[in-house]
Design a protein around this ligand. Structure first.
Ligand code: SF4
Length: 433
Protein backbone atom coordinates (compact mmCIF):
# COMPACT_ATOMS: atom_id res chain seq x y z
CA UNK A 1 0.00 0.00 0.00
CA UNK A 2 1.08 3.61 -0.50
CA UNK A 3 1.77 5.59 2.63
CA UNK A 4 1.07 8.88 0.91
CA UNK A 5 -2.70 8.68 0.82
CA UNK A 6 -4.55 8.89 4.10
CA UNK A 7 -3.37 11.19 6.86
CA UNK A 8 -4.45 12.44 10.24
CA UNK A 9 -3.80 15.52 12.37
CA UNK A 10 -0.51 15.10 14.23
CA UNK A 11 0.55 15.94 17.77
CA UNK A 12 3.00 18.73 18.55
CA UNK A 13 1.60 21.06 15.96
CA UNK A 14 2.35 24.78 16.01
CA UNK A 15 0.12 26.76 13.67
CA UNK A 16 1.72 29.83 12.11
CA UNK A 17 0.52 32.81 10.02
CA UNK A 18 -0.05 32.34 6.28
CA UNK A 19 -1.23 28.75 6.73
CA UNK A 20 2.25 27.63 7.68
CA UNK A 21 2.87 25.09 10.39
CA UNK A 22 5.77 23.97 12.56
CA UNK A 23 6.38 20.42 13.80
CA UNK A 24 7.74 20.25 17.33
CA UNK A 25 8.24 16.49 17.44
CA UNK A 26 11.96 16.44 16.74
CA UNK A 27 14.62 19.11 17.25
CA UNK A 28 14.54 19.96 13.55
CA UNK A 29 11.30 21.86 14.23
CA UNK A 30 10.49 21.85 10.52
CA UNK A 31 8.52 24.86 9.33
CA UNK A 32 6.30 23.91 6.40
CA UNK A 33 4.26 25.81 3.87
CA UNK A 34 1.00 24.33 2.67
CA UNK A 35 1.64 21.07 0.80
CA UNK A 36 5.21 20.68 2.02
CA UNK A 37 6.68 17.69 3.86
CA UNK A 38 9.16 17.84 6.71
CA UNK A 39 12.69 16.44 6.64
CA UNK A 40 11.38 12.97 7.61
CA UNK A 41 9.07 12.83 4.59
CA UNK A 42 6.13 11.42 6.57
CA UNK A 43 4.74 14.54 8.29
CA UNK A 44 3.57 17.57 6.42
CA UNK A 45 1.31 20.60 6.07
CA UNK A 46 -2.18 19.89 4.73
CA UNK A 47 -4.49 22.90 4.64
CA UNK A 48 -2.48 24.67 7.32
CA UNK A 49 -2.51 21.70 9.71
CA UNK A 50 0.33 19.42 10.75
CA UNK A 51 -0.47 15.88 9.64
CA UNK A 52 1.11 12.45 9.86
CA UNK A 53 0.88 10.15 6.85
CA UNK A 54 1.98 7.00 8.67
CA UNK A 55 -0.49 6.36 11.49
CA UNK A 56 -0.92 2.57 11.30
CA UNK A 57 1.46 2.19 8.37
CA UNK A 58 4.70 0.29 8.83
CA UNK A 59 6.90 -2.54 7.65
CA UNK A 60 6.15 -6.20 8.35
CA UNK A 61 6.08 -7.42 11.95
CA UNK A 62 8.85 -9.68 13.20
CA UNK A 63 9.18 -11.93 16.23
CA UNK A 64 12.65 -11.59 17.74
CA UNK A 65 14.42 -11.80 21.09
CA UNK A 66 14.86 -8.83 23.38
CA UNK A 67 18.66 -9.03 23.04
CA UNK A 68 18.24 -7.93 19.40
CA UNK A 69 17.50 -4.47 20.75
CA UNK A 70 20.63 -4.15 22.89
CA UNK A 71 18.56 -4.84 26.00
CA UNK A 72 20.34 -7.39 28.18
CA UNK A 73 19.06 -6.54 31.67
CA UNK A 74 15.30 -6.75 31.17
CA UNK A 75 13.74 -10.20 30.90
CA UNK A 76 16.71 -11.94 29.22
CA UNK A 77 15.56 -14.17 26.38
CA UNK A 78 12.05 -12.68 26.21
CA UNK A 79 10.29 -12.71 22.88
CA UNK A 80 9.48 -9.33 21.37
CA UNK A 81 7.25 -8.21 18.54
CA UNK A 82 9.35 -5.80 16.47
CA UNK A 83 7.49 -2.94 14.83
CA UNK A 84 9.12 -0.64 12.32
CA UNK A 85 7.67 2.24 10.36
CA UNK A 86 8.87 4.40 7.52
CA UNK A 87 10.66 7.73 7.34
CA UNK A 88 13.17 9.11 9.81
CA UNK A 89 14.23 12.42 11.28
CA UNK A 90 17.88 11.40 10.79
CA UNK A 91 19.78 10.23 7.72
CA UNK A 92 22.65 8.14 9.04
CA UNK A 93 25.37 7.40 6.52
CA UNK A 94 25.48 3.71 7.51
CA UNK A 95 21.75 3.10 8.07
CA UNK A 96 20.86 -0.61 7.99
CA UNK A 97 17.23 0.19 7.19
CA UNK A 98 17.74 2.92 4.61
CA UNK A 99 15.23 1.48 2.15
CA UNK A 100 12.44 2.22 4.60
CA UNK A 101 13.93 4.90 6.85
CA UNK A 102 14.41 7.26 3.95
CA UNK A 103 10.90 7.95 2.68
CA UNK A 104 12.00 8.56 -0.91
CA UNK A 105 13.15 4.92 -1.24
CA UNK A 106 10.03 3.31 0.22
CA UNK A 107 8.17 1.02 -2.16
CA UNK A 108 4.45 0.32 -1.80
CA UNK A 109 5.11 -3.42 -1.38
CA UNK A 110 7.01 -2.72 1.85
CA UNK A 111 4.15 -0.84 3.52
CA UNK A 112 1.60 -2.72 5.62
CA UNK A 113 -1.47 -1.50 7.44
CA UNK A 114 -2.09 -2.02 11.18
CA UNK A 115 -4.34 -0.81 13.94
CA UNK A 116 -3.39 -0.64 17.61
CA UNK A 117 -5.88 -3.46 18.20
CA UNK A 118 -4.37 -5.68 15.49
CA UNK A 119 -0.88 -5.25 16.98
CA UNK A 120 -2.07 -6.30 20.43
CA UNK A 121 -4.00 -9.22 19.02
CA UNK A 122 -0.90 -10.44 17.15
CA UNK A 123 1.29 -10.16 20.24
CA UNK A 124 -1.17 -12.04 22.41
CA UNK A 125 -1.72 -14.74 19.81
CA UNK A 126 2.02 -15.41 19.75
CA UNK A 127 2.37 -15.17 23.52
CA UNK A 128 4.65 -12.12 23.21
CA UNK A 129 4.73 -9.76 26.17
CA UNK A 130 6.99 -7.00 24.86
CA UNK A 131 6.35 -4.70 21.88
CA UNK A 132 9.52 -3.26 20.43
CA UNK A 133 9.30 0.06 18.56
CA UNK A 134 12.40 -0.22 16.41
CA UNK A 135 14.18 -0.37 13.02
CA UNK A 136 14.13 3.06 11.32
CA UNK A 137 13.31 5.18 14.36
CA UNK A 138 10.03 5.24 16.25
CA UNK A 139 10.18 9.00 16.86
CA UNK A 140 8.36 9.77 13.60
CA UNK A 141 5.65 7.18 14.41
CA UNK A 142 4.81 9.11 17.58
CA UNK A 143 1.02 9.08 17.51
CA UNK A 144 0.72 5.40 16.57
CA UNK A 145 3.32 4.38 19.17
CA UNK A 146 1.40 6.13 21.94
CA UNK A 147 -2.03 4.88 20.86
CA UNK A 148 -0.78 1.28 20.70
CA UNK A 149 1.35 1.48 23.83
CA UNK A 150 -1.71 2.58 25.82
CA UNK A 151 -3.61 -0.51 24.69
CA UNK A 152 -0.58 -2.71 25.31
CA UNK A 153 -0.37 -1.55 28.89
CA UNK A 154 -3.99 -2.52 29.47
CA UNK A 155 -3.22 -5.97 28.04
CA UNK A 156 -0.22 -6.44 30.34
CA UNK A 157 2.29 -5.99 27.51
CA UNK A 158 5.47 -3.93 27.97
CA UNK A 159 6.75 -1.35 25.50
CA UNK A 160 10.37 -1.13 24.40
CA UNK A 161 11.56 1.97 22.54
CA UNK A 162 14.78 1.56 20.53
CA UNK A 163 15.73 4.91 19.24
CA UNK A 164 18.36 7.55 18.65
CA UNK A 165 16.08 9.71 20.80
CA UNK A 166 16.56 12.77 18.61
CA UNK A 167 13.35 14.12 20.08
CA UNK A 168 12.13 17.34 21.70
CA UNK A 169 11.50 17.56 25.40
CA UNK A 170 7.78 18.15 24.92
CA UNK A 171 7.47 15.07 22.69
CA UNK A 172 9.36 12.98 25.23
CA UNK A 173 6.97 14.22 27.91
CA UNK A 174 4.09 12.78 25.86
CA UNK A 175 5.92 9.49 25.34
CA UNK A 176 7.45 8.74 28.72
CA UNK A 177 4.32 7.58 30.58
CA UNK A 178 3.74 4.85 28.01
CA UNK A 179 7.19 3.29 27.58
CA UNK A 180 8.78 0.83 30.01
CA UNK A 181 12.16 0.13 28.39
CA UNK A 182 14.45 2.46 26.45
CA UNK A 183 17.38 1.33 24.31
CA UNK A 184 19.05 4.60 23.36
CA UNK A 185 21.56 4.59 20.54
CA UNK A 186 24.08 7.39 21.04
CA UNK A 187 25.52 7.21 17.58
CA UNK A 188 28.63 9.26 18.35
CA UNK A 189 29.75 11.07 21.48
CA UNK A 190 31.58 13.69 19.44
CA UNK A 191 29.33 16.54 18.25
CA UNK A 192 31.12 17.03 14.93
CA UNK A 193 30.96 13.32 14.07
CA UNK A 194 27.33 13.15 15.16
CA UNK A 195 26.46 15.88 12.66
CA UNK A 196 28.51 14.36 9.89
CA UNK A 197 27.29 10.79 10.36
CA UNK A 198 23.61 11.36 11.14
CA UNK A 199 22.73 14.93 10.00
CA UNK A 200 21.30 15.43 13.49
CA UNK A 201 22.94 16.96 16.55
CA UNK A 202 24.00 15.45 19.82
CA UNK A 203 22.79 17.69 22.63
CA UNK A 204 19.04 16.88 22.41
CA UNK A 205 19.94 13.17 22.42
CA UNK A 206 21.98 13.52 25.60
CA UNK A 207 19.26 15.61 27.26
CA UNK A 208 16.59 13.05 26.34
CA UNK A 209 18.72 10.20 27.70
CA UNK A 210 19.21 12.00 31.02
CA UNK A 211 15.49 12.64 31.26
CA UNK A 212 14.68 8.98 30.61
CA UNK A 213 17.11 7.98 33.34
CA UNK A 214 15.65 10.46 35.82
CA UNK A 215 12.18 9.14 35.04
CA UNK A 216 13.32 5.75 36.38
CA UNK A 217 12.71 3.83 33.17
CA UNK A 218 14.69 0.73 32.31
CA UNK A 219 17.52 2.20 30.24
CA UNK A 220 20.42 0.73 28.29
CA UNK A 221 22.74 2.73 26.05
CA UNK A 222 24.52 1.63 22.90
CA UNK A 223 27.29 3.30 20.97
CA UNK A 224 28.29 2.34 17.44
CA UNK A 225 32.06 2.04 17.04
CA UNK A 226 32.72 2.91 13.41
CA UNK A 227 35.98 1.71 11.96
CA UNK A 228 38.64 4.43 12.04
CA UNK A 229 36.03 7.01 13.06
CA UNK A 230 34.84 6.24 16.57
CA UNK A 231 36.52 2.97 17.48
CA UNK A 232 39.46 4.56 19.27
CA UNK A 233 40.25 4.54 22.99
CA UNK A 234 39.44 8.21 23.52
CA UNK A 235 35.95 7.77 22.09
CA UNK A 236 35.37 4.80 24.43
CA UNK A 237 36.59 6.89 27.37
CA UNK A 238 34.34 9.80 26.46
CA UNK A 239 31.33 7.53 26.07
CA UNK A 240 31.88 5.67 29.34
CA UNK A 241 32.66 8.94 31.13
CA UNK A 242 29.40 10.49 29.97
CA UNK A 243 27.36 7.51 31.16
CA UNK A 244 29.12 7.55 34.55
CA UNK A 245 28.71 11.27 35.04
CA UNK A 246 25.14 11.66 33.82
CA UNK A 247 23.47 8.30 34.36
CA UNK A 248 24.99 5.72 36.66
CA UNK A 249 27.54 2.89 36.82
CA UNK A 250 24.72 0.33 36.76
CA UNK A 251 23.43 1.41 33.32
CA UNK A 252 24.47 -1.19 30.71
CA UNK A 253 26.61 0.18 27.87
CA UNK A 254 26.88 -1.71 24.58
CA UNK A 255 29.74 -1.02 22.17
CA UNK A 256 28.31 -2.10 18.83
CA UNK A 257 30.31 -3.39 15.91
CA UNK A 258 29.92 -1.40 12.71
CA UNK A 259 28.63 -3.14 9.61
CA UNK A 260 29.11 -1.50 6.16
CA UNK A 261 25.81 -0.35 4.66
CA UNK A 262 24.08 2.41 2.66
CA UNK A 263 26.62 5.20 2.00
CA UNK A 264 29.43 3.58 3.96
CA UNK A 265 29.84 0.33 2.10
CA UNK A 266 33.53 0.93 1.47
CA UNK A 267 34.35 0.83 5.18
CA UNK A 268 35.34 -2.46 6.80
CA UNK A 269 33.75 -3.90 9.95
CA UNK A 270 35.14 -2.75 13.27
CA UNK A 271 38.16 -4.86 14.30
CA UNK A 272 37.18 -7.00 17.29
CA UNK A 273 40.28 -6.04 19.28
CA UNK A 274 39.25 -2.37 19.25
CA UNK A 275 35.82 -3.27 20.60
CA UNK A 276 37.38 -5.44 23.29
CA UNK A 277 39.71 -2.60 24.25
CA UNK A 278 36.72 -0.27 24.60
CA UNK A 279 35.04 -2.81 26.88
CA UNK A 280 38.11 -3.05 29.09
CA UNK A 281 38.42 0.76 29.31
CA UNK A 282 34.77 1.29 30.24
CA UNK A 283 34.95 -1.41 32.94
CA UNK A 284 38.17 0.02 34.35
CA UNK A 285 36.47 3.42 34.56
CA UNK A 286 33.75 1.94 36.75
CA UNK A 287 30.86 0.88 34.53
CA UNK A 288 29.44 -2.37 35.84
CA UNK A 289 27.85 -3.82 32.72
CA UNK A 290 29.65 -3.32 29.41
CA UNK A 291 28.87 -5.48 26.39
CA UNK A 292 29.84 -5.86 22.76
CA UNK A 293 27.09 -5.88 20.15
CA UNK A 294 26.95 -7.49 16.69
CA UNK A 295 29.58 -9.95 17.87
CA UNK A 296 28.62 -13.60 18.17
CA UNK A 297 29.95 -16.53 20.17
CA UNK A 298 31.97 -14.59 22.72
CA UNK A 299 31.73 -14.03 26.45
CA UNK A 300 31.73 -10.30 25.71
CA UNK A 301 27.96 -10.65 25.30
CA UNK A 302 27.37 -12.65 28.49
CA UNK A 303 26.64 -11.14 31.91
CA UNK A 304 28.89 -11.68 34.91
CA UNK A 305 28.52 -10.79 38.56
CA UNK A 306 30.63 -7.74 39.43
CA UNK A 307 31.22 -9.05 42.92
CA UNK A 308 32.17 -12.72 42.55
CA UNK A 309 32.65 -13.07 38.77
CA UNK A 310 30.20 -15.93 38.27
CA UNK A 311 28.33 -16.05 34.98
CA UNK A 312 24.80 -14.73 35.41
CA UNK A 313 23.48 -15.06 31.85
CA UNK A 314 25.13 -16.97 29.03
CA UNK A 315 24.44 -15.53 25.59
CA UNK A 316 24.96 -17.39 22.39
CA UNK A 317 24.19 -15.27 19.37
CA UNK A 318 21.14 -13.52 20.68
CA UNK A 319 19.80 -16.43 22.68
CA UNK A 320 20.05 -16.08 26.46
CA UNK A 321 20.35 -18.79 29.07
CA UNK A 322 20.13 -17.94 32.77
CA UNK A 323 22.99 -19.39 34.74
CA UNK A 324 23.54 -18.05 38.27
CA UNK A 325 21.06 -15.15 37.94
CA UNK A 326 18.13 -15.58 40.33
CA UNK A 327 14.58 -14.36 39.78
CA UNK A 328 15.00 -11.68 42.46
CA UNK A 329 17.87 -10.14 40.43
CA UNK A 330 20.56 -11.39 42.73
CA UNK A 331 23.61 -13.49 42.01
CA UNK A 332 22.96 -17.12 42.89
CA UNK A 333 26.56 -17.52 43.95
CA UNK A 334 27.25 -14.52 46.22
CA UNK A 335 23.71 -13.20 46.75
CA UNK A 336 24.47 -9.60 45.77
CA UNK A 337 22.02 -7.46 43.72
CA UNK A 338 23.01 -7.36 40.04
CA UNK A 339 20.57 -4.94 38.34
CA UNK A 340 18.19 -6.98 36.22
CA UNK A 341 14.50 -6.23 35.73
CA UNK A 342 11.37 -8.22 34.94
CA UNK A 343 12.88 -11.64 35.38
CA UNK A 344 9.38 -12.97 35.82
CA UNK A 345 8.84 -12.09 32.16
CA UNK A 346 11.92 -13.80 30.85
CA UNK A 347 11.40 -16.61 28.47
CA UNK A 348 14.95 -17.78 28.35
CA UNK A 349 16.23 -21.09 27.21
CA UNK A 350 16.55 -22.99 30.39
CA UNK A 351 18.21 -26.39 30.38
CA UNK A 352 20.48 -25.44 27.51
CA UNK A 353 23.19 -27.98 26.85
CA UNK A 354 26.38 -27.32 25.01
CA UNK A 355 27.21 -30.79 23.73
CA UNK A 356 26.43 -32.05 20.27
CA UNK A 357 23.94 -34.88 20.09
CA UNK A 358 25.15 -38.34 19.23
CA UNK A 359 22.83 -38.53 16.31
CA UNK A 360 20.52 -36.17 14.54
CA UNK A 361 17.03 -37.41 13.93
CA UNK A 362 16.02 -34.81 11.40
CA UNK A 363 18.45 -32.88 9.31
CA UNK A 364 17.70 -29.82 7.24
CA UNK A 365 20.63 -28.64 5.20
CA UNK A 366 20.58 -25.37 3.35
CA UNK A 367 23.13 -24.50 0.75
CA UNK A 368 23.43 -21.15 -0.91
CA UNK A 369 25.69 -19.18 -3.16
CA UNK A 370 27.04 -15.89 -1.95
CA UNK A 371 27.43 -14.54 1.54
CA UNK A 372 24.82 -14.23 4.24
CA UNK A 373 24.62 -11.62 6.97
CA UNK A 374 22.32 -13.29 9.45
CA UNK A 375 20.52 -16.50 10.26
CA UNK A 376 17.22 -16.84 12.05
CA UNK A 377 16.46 -20.21 13.58
CA UNK A 378 12.90 -20.75 14.70
CA UNK A 379 11.53 -23.95 16.16
CA UNK A 380 8.26 -24.79 17.83
CA UNK A 381 7.23 -27.80 19.83
CA UNK A 382 3.47 -28.13 19.36
CA UNK A 383 3.24 -31.39 21.32
CA UNK A 384 2.62 -32.05 25.01
CA UNK A 385 6.02 -33.74 25.41
CA UNK A 386 9.49 -32.29 25.75
CA UNK A 387 11.43 -32.21 22.47
CA UNK A 388 14.88 -31.16 21.37
CA UNK A 389 16.39 -29.11 18.61
CA UNK A 390 19.99 -29.32 17.49
CA UNK A 391 21.71 -26.95 15.18
CA UNK A 392 25.20 -26.57 13.93
CA UNK A 393 27.15 -23.70 12.50
CA UNK A 394 29.85 -24.97 10.18
CA UNK A 395 32.29 -22.52 8.65
CA UNK A 396 35.85 -22.66 7.39
CA UNK A 397 37.08 -21.95 10.88
CA UNK A 398 34.69 -23.62 13.23
CA UNK A 399 32.15 -26.33 13.64
CA UNK A 400 29.94 -25.34 16.54
CA UNK A 401 26.89 -27.20 17.67
CA UNK A 402 24.25 -26.72 20.29
CA UNK A 403 21.28 -28.58 21.67
CA UNK A 404 18.21 -26.93 23.17
CA UNK A 405 15.40 -28.59 24.99
CA UNK A 406 12.03 -27.43 23.83
CA UNK A 407 9.41 -27.55 26.54
CA UNK A 408 5.88 -28.63 25.53
CA UNK A 409 4.01 -25.92 23.62
CA UNK A 410 7.04 -23.64 23.64
CA UNK A 411 8.83 -21.88 20.81
CA UNK A 412 12.48 -21.09 20.38
CA UNK A 413 13.89 -18.31 18.27
CA UNK A 414 17.54 -17.60 17.68
CA UNK A 415 19.07 -14.85 15.61
CA UNK A 416 22.71 -14.72 14.66
CA UNK A 417 23.50 -11.34 13.17
CA UNK A 418 26.38 -10.72 10.85
CA UNK A 419 27.38 -14.32 10.72
CA UNK A 420 29.67 -13.85 7.77
CA UNK A 421 32.22 -11.18 7.17
CA UNK A 422 30.80 -9.90 3.92
CA UNK A 423 27.40 -8.48 3.32
CA UNK A 424 24.59 -9.50 1.06
CA UNK A 425 20.83 -9.52 1.27
CA UNK A 426 20.48 -13.15 2.37
CA UNK A 427 18.55 -14.26 5.37
CA UNK A 428 17.77 -17.86 6.18
CA UNK A 429 14.75 -18.83 8.20
CA UNK A 430 14.96 -22.34 9.59
CA UNK A 431 11.74 -23.60 11.06
CA UNK A 432 10.49 -26.80 12.61
CA UNK A 433 6.90 -26.87 13.76
S1 SF4 B 1 9.39 14.78 12.91
FE1 SF4 B 1 9.71 15.19 10.74
S2 SF4 B 1 8.49 17.02 10.30
FE2 SF4 B 1 8.68 16.88 12.52
S3 SF4 B 1 10.44 18.17 13.01
FE3 SF4 B 1 11.22 16.09 12.79
S4 SF4 B 1 11.84 15.87 10.66
FE4 SF4 B 1 10.57 17.71 10.81
Amino acid sequence: MSFKGEYQIANLEQRLPNNEVRCNLSPRNCKMKEGQLGFCGVRGNRDGRLVTYTFGKGVHLTEELIETEAIYHFAPGAKILSLGNIGCNLNCQYCQNWKTSQAKFVEDKDVHSFTPESIIETALRHNIRVLSWTYNDPVVWHEFVIATAKLAKKAGIKNLYKSACFITEEALDELLPHIDIFSVSIKAIDEAYYRKLTTGWLQPVLEATKKIYKAGKHLEVSNLMITDVSDNEQSARNMAGWVLENLGPEIPLHFVRFHPEYRMRDTVRTPIDRLERAQVIAKEMGLQHVYLGNVANTDATSSFCNFCGSKLVHRFGLAAHLESLKKDSSCGNCGKAVHFNALDLQDSLENTETTLPDNELVRHTYEWRGDIISIHVQAKNPTNKEASIYYRQKTMRQNFGKRFRLQPKRAFVSYWPNLMQKKSGWKLLYRIS
